[in-house]
Design a protein around this ligand. Sequence first.
Ligand code: NI
Length: 157
Amino acid sequence: MALRTIRMQGDPVLGKVCREVVEMTPKIQLLIEDMLDTMYEAEGVGLAAPQVGILKRVVTIDIGDGPLVMVNPVILTSDGEQTAGEGCLSLPGKAGKVTRPNHVIAKAYNENMEEYEIEATELLARAICHELDHLEGHMYTDLVEGDIYDVIDEEEE
Ligand code: NI
């Protein structure tokens, strides 16, 4: 198990657009393993590579259904709307109200560079949207309606 340091909001790396993964390498496989370890250790439901300082289009998510690895993820369609408190491991202890699509269909590659499609609703749809925003250099705080507030025990994405 290898933990990586999670970058905090204000770190310039979180504002950059990430590059596509062109081929799976041992280095990227290690990145994915470390991201999963880091995400679980921090008790987050999602982590994007720039949050550990790597500008690659790699995301890990687990909303409680097991690990989901998304390499070069793309949202194909989205619809509906959900509004809820959202947090981020790069801004611990805080949350804010964000409106996201309630339903998304996305495609991505897994850790073996096999392409797959995923249909997601509710929290998983929210997590996918949140993490994909990181790959474009965006934080949820750009989308917050109202104030960012302190949380004592809320799931962080
Ligand atoms: Ni985040």
